[in-house]
Every structure is written in structure tokens, then in C-alpha cells.
Design a protein around this ligand. Structure first.
Ligand SMILES: [Zn+2]
Length: 212
């Protein structure tokens, strides 16, 4: 398939929907960067910029980073050289207010929503295992077969607190609460496409590529 023109994608989906993996695949396929607002915030903080100091203060006080700052960061990022053929945005818009405001400058060509029911998402996430020492990630099936020694660094592979069912359900509840209104907002536009995130990664990818 020929890829023509700009791909300005917004990716929306809960944990366990395969969103991160699809973002990586699409980034390679379309040769455009993945832009995550969380990553942008962390990068500003790490570089000790004026903006980074402001963001750090909000985070320290347990407050949300204001829309103006998020928007300013995103506008700057999508004007970068490597984003001129398009981009994939992960983590924005978080609210309907952000989505409405972004209508005047973001102009997404597609809003890709990965759907998965909570039961399947929890099932997927609870099988996650990770090394306590390096970043090696694997599954419960792997540990059942090969034991809990990390094949990379010989550290111990465990189930993280974050991947316990109650913690996952809590994050899913928050996702529904915060993100459902944003999905409702984009339903009224022509750009939204919904996909079944419970299907296999290659299948979901092929279906997304088909609508691009
Ligand atoms: Zn390891």
C-alpha cells in the first residue's frame, strides 16, 4: 500500500488494549514519530527547562499539568522537523475541553480507538511478568515454562504490584471515567475509527493500516 500525505493520528485505548504496541508498529510503518504527552513532560523536567520546572511543581503538589502547558508543548513538538509528515499522539486529549480546543490546530486525520472489555484487559495484564533488575518483560506462561530467572541478567522475574488485578481494575475505572467523554466527543466527527483490541496484534494492526 502506498502511504501518501500526512498521517496525524490520535490513539486512544485502555491498558491491555495493545495501544503501546500498535503505536510502535504504526510509527515504523508510517515513518512518523510517536508523541506521548507524559514523555514530553518527563523530558522537559529532565532537561531542567523553565517549563520543566513549572511542570515539576504541579506534579509535586499532586495537581494536573494545566491544559495550556500541555497544549503549548504539543504544538511545539508537532512543529519539529521529524513530525512534518505526521505523528501518532498517545495520551492526548485527556478531556473534552482539550479535544474541543485542539480542533483549531491539531486536525487529526484519524482518531483510532482500541476497545477491549475490562475482563479481557485484566486477564491480559495479570499475566505480565517483569525482571526486578533489568527492563525484561515477559508473561506468566514464560515463567511457568522456564522458571523465574531473567534470561538477560539472571535477576528475578516477578509480578509487579501495578499488575495485580485490583490495581488494574482501578486504572481501568479511571480510564472509563476520564476517557469515555473524549470518545463520545470524537464519535461526532468523521475521523474516528474503532477497533477490537482483543484481537491479535498483527490482526489489529492490519485493520488499522487498512483505514489509513
Ligand atoms: Zn533481568
Amino acid at each position: 500500500m502506498m502511504i501518501e500525505g500526512q498521517h496525524r493520528l490520535i490513539l486512544i485505548g485502555p491498558q491491555g488494549s495493545g495501544k503501546g504496541t500498535q503505536a510502535e508498529l504504526l510509527s515504523v510503518y508510517l515513518q512518523v514519530p510517536t508523541i506521548s504527552t507524559g514523555q514530553l513532560c518527563r523530558s522537559e523536567i529532565a532537561h531542567g527547562t523553565e517549563l520543566g520546572k513549572q511542570i515539576e511543581n504541579f506534579v509535586k503538589n499532586g495537581e494536573l499539568v494545566p491544559d495550556e502547558i500541555i497544549t503549548a508543548m504539543l504544538k511545539k513538538r508537532i512543529s519539529d522537523y521529524d513530525a512534518q509528515d505526521g505523528f501518532i499522539i498517545d495520551g492526548f486529549p485527556r478531556t473534552v475541553a482539550q479535544a474541543e480546543e485542539a480542533q483549531s490546530w491539531l486536525h487529526p486525520t484519524k482518531v483510532i480507538v482500541l476497545e477491549i472489555n475490562d475482563r479481557v484487559a485484566v486477564q491480559r495484564m495479570t499475566s505480565r511478568r517483569a525482571c526486578t533488575q533489568c527492563r525484561f518483560k515477559t508473561t506468566a506462561e514464560y515463567v511457568a515454562k522456564h522458571g523465574d530467572e531473567c534470561p538477560r541478567c539472571f535477576g528475578k522475574i516477578i509480578q509487579r504490584q501495578d499488575d495485580l488485578p485490583e490495581a488494574i481494575q482501578k486504572r481501568l475505572d479511571m480510564y472509563h471515567l476520564v476517557t469515555q467523554p473524549v470518545i463520545e466527543f470524537y464519535k461526532k466527527t468523521d475521523e474516528m475509527e474503532r477497533f477490537n483490541g482483543a484481537l491479535s496484534i498483527p490482526l489489529v494492526f492490519m485493520e488499522i493500516a487498512h483505514v489509513l
